[in-house]
Design a protein around this ligand. Structure first.
Ligand code: MSP
Length: 650
């Protein structure tokens, strides 16, 4: 079942708890969301992509107490770790909401007050078995051996006076609603699961916690002895982040909302949330209800990653390492692996071996080799093109392309990124087969076959141009490199991926640059898998190896630039004053043509701290700043998260 976007697409991820730093599971949902958002942007839709952090409640208060800090300090620290991680992963969200922000509390309180005024919320007493980990009461039916079925920890009986939302009143409505609109919850098995829950009587929902037990929450607007139950608070982020009911942004995006969630939080999103929205008048009931405001609150549910077959667990220590593989193999490879390996909605197992296998087979071999051999051939022979347009059509390739486009469209309507990738890879296989069957290297040896050669190269250039566009949502960095290599400087749009226009001129072909090492193959034969260096510069491979002990003789450190000024009479040199831990030093760097001095002040750089001093243009330099360069471009090494000056780099 597809979900129409009508040119506007509002996509949310769960807001993540800040009791632990981001891991593979959070990253997966966020990457799927980012891919969907990029796909819809490519299709020309107006996209709003929201993520954020869930910062109130017992769980957080307890984690803060354990860490010996205030809940706010914990929230600030971990929330910024999520932001930094998403930046490092290249996630392009439009907004990041934190539930401790005033913009959120304002909307939560307004909705609570409205529901209270309309009798949807009442004061009452409830006693039951409570799990602090889940922050909810469990019914007798759900309890397994007296324990929480999720955490396997003993439940605690608590009885207290609280405010309740009349959720039971919506049971019958919700059942009919889910039955009538299969598209509301997908994949289907999760809708069935919800219908299963609804076969049991639905209880009213306790939406408050007494301040005597928990202070860390949003105060109820109508009784300040209570704070709001964390789920009632958290779910409303999807509304508050759009500015609340009266806001223009809310009016624009809300009717098109899609919530991407993991299967662990199906019940709050599939039961509490639609009932809350229905009570608040924010949920559409009929397809034909075209008032433009309430949305369907569609749920798209992903499965769960296990690591090497085991449940992800902080105590096993496998949680952090999976995400660290982005540093080892790059964001695109990581994105590709998680998107391709997990059929959307089902569980999958994560292992470095499986990752490296796909990296080598699909990315290095199929995609990387294709790009490398095609661009190499074009760059070598483009100059032979005669005047006039270059033919870029081949019926088989064109058919393969159309099939891929269709597969992508159907798959992406279902959030099934894995199937979209299968479709793209079939196109890659078809292009590879085209190269094999046409043998352009053989044509290049026969002067009477030049026209044919150029037609083959033109066809390849056009196929790669389209491939570069199709790959944008999935492997954005590689896609950008392919597009640059084929000389495509236009804005990336799905509409431009229209294989088969005989538009290439000889100049177009001459603009194609050789692109090798897009995804370097990982050597799996050694004791530890290591990525081969990308063969980018001429020196790679010609440099002698060093031992780890030789490397350790370098004292590499993080340093903060305190001041920067030009070295008199020098075009290239800047004099930098840096802080290295407790010490202040002067050093000279040949970066004046690439950086303005004032842009460097306050930056953290990496320096070789134990270099023999040297005097350059009259200034003594006590160390060296590290930078990379390629052609005319020079880039200083930067940290992807903050470290104190003086920190060791290894
Ligand atoms: N704060 C709540 C959500 C509130 S939304 C209004 C929460 N946070 S969480 O930090 O526990 O994140 C849960 C989400 O992280 C899951 O729904 C899922 O999207 C993602 N994942 C966490 N572990 C995961 C796996 N092992 N595998 C796949 N996704 C996982 O629940």
């Amino acid at each position: 079942m597809s979900s129409r976007s009508d040119g506007v697409f509002y996509l949310t991820t769960p807001i993540y708890y800040i009791n632990a730093p981001p891991h593979l599971g959070h990253a997966y949902t966020t990457i799927v969301a980012d891919t969907m958002a990029r796909y819809h942007r490519l299709a020309g839709d107006d996209v709003w992509f929201l993520t954020g952090t869930d910062e109130h409640g017992d769980k957080i208060a307890q984690a803060a107490a354990k860490a010996g800090e205030t809940p706010q300090a914990l929230a600030d620290r971990i929330s910024s770790a999520f932001k930094v991680e998403w930046q490092a992963l290249g996630i392009e969200n439009n907004d990041f909401i934190r539930t401790t922000e005033p913009r959120h509390a304002r909307v939560v309180q307004a909705i609570l007050q409205d529901l209270f005024d309309r009798g949807e919320i009442y004061f009452g007493k409830y006693g039951g078995q409570y799990c602090y980990g889940c922050e909810r009461f469990y019914t007798e039916k759900e309890i397994v051996d007296g324990k929480c079925p999720d955490h396997q920890t003993p439940l605690v009986y608590i009885e207290e006076e609280n405010y309740f939302f009349r959720m039971s009143a919506y049971q019958e409505w919700l059942r009919r609603y889910l039955e009538k609109h299969p598209d509301v919850v997908q994949p289907d098995r999760y809708r069935n699961e919800l219908l299963g829950f609804l076969r049991e009587p639905l209880q009213d929902l306790s939406i408050s916690r007494p301040k005597s037990r928990l202070q860390w929450g949003i105060p109820l607007p109508f009784d300040d002895r209570f704070v709001t139950y964390v789920w009632f608070d958290a779910l409303l982020n999807y509304v508050s982040a759009l500015g609340g009911l009266g806001d223009a942004r809310f009016r624009r995006y809300w009717p098109h909302v899609h919530h991407l969630i993991g299967k662990d939080i199906l019940k709050p999103h599939g039961i509490y949330w639609p009932c809350m929205l229905k009570a608040a008048g924010l949920l559409r009931e009929e397809e034909s209800d075209d008032t433009g405001l309430p949305g369907f609150a569609r749920l798209r549910v992903n499965g769960y990653w296990t690591i090497g077959g085991a449940k992800m667990s902080k105590s096993v220590g496998n949680v952090v390492e999976a995400l660290a593989l982005t540093r080892k193999y790059g964001n695109d490879a990581f994105r590709y692996f998680v998107l391709r390996e997990m059929p959307f909605g089902q569980d999958a197992s994560f292992s470095e071996e499986a990752f490296v296998e796909r990296l080598n087979a699909d990315l290095a071999n199929d995609l990387g080799n294709l790009v490398s051999r095609a661009t190499t051939l074009i760059a070598a022979h483009a100059a032979k093109a005669p005047a006039g347009n270059v033919l870029t059509q081949d019926p088989d390739l064109e058919a393969a392309f159309r099939k891929a486009r269709e597969a992508i469209e159907v798959a992406m309507a279902e959030f099934a990124c894995h199937r979209a990738l299968v479709g793209i890879w079939e196109f890659i296989t078809a292009i590879n087969q085209y190269v094999d069957s046409q043998q352009p290297w053989a044509l290049a040896k026969k002067p009477d076959q030049t026209d044919r050669l150029i037609a083959v190269l033109g066809t390849l250039a056009e196929a790669l141009r389209c491939l570069g566009l199709l790959l944008v949502p999935f492997v954005p960095e590689a896609a950008a490199r392919i597009r640059v290599a084929v000389g495509d400087r236009t804005e990336a749009t799905l509409a431009a991926a229209d294989y088969g226009r005989p538009w290439r001129t000889p100049e177009d072909l001459l603009a194609v640059q050789r692109l090798t090492g897009l995804f370097p193959r990982v050597d799996t034969k050694g004791p530890a898998a290591t990525a081969e260096p990308a063969k980018a510069g001429p020196a790679a491979g010609a440099v002698p190896r060093i031992t780890i002990d030789e490397f350790k003789r370098l004292d590499l450190r993080v340093a903060e630039v305190l001041a920067a000024e030009p070295v008199p009479k020098s075009k290239k040199l800047l004099k930098l004053t840096i802080r290295l831990g407790e010490e202040t030093r002067t050093l000279v760097a040949g970066i004046a043509e690439h950086y303005r001095p004032e842009a460097l002040v306050g930056r953290k750089v990496v320096v070789v701290a134990n270099l023999e001093p040297a005097t350059l243009m009259g200034v003594t330099s006590n160390g060296m700043v590290l930078a990379g360069s390629a052609g005319d471009t020079l880039a200083l090494l930067a940290l992807d998260r903050d470290l104190p000056s003086g920190a060791k780099v290894r």
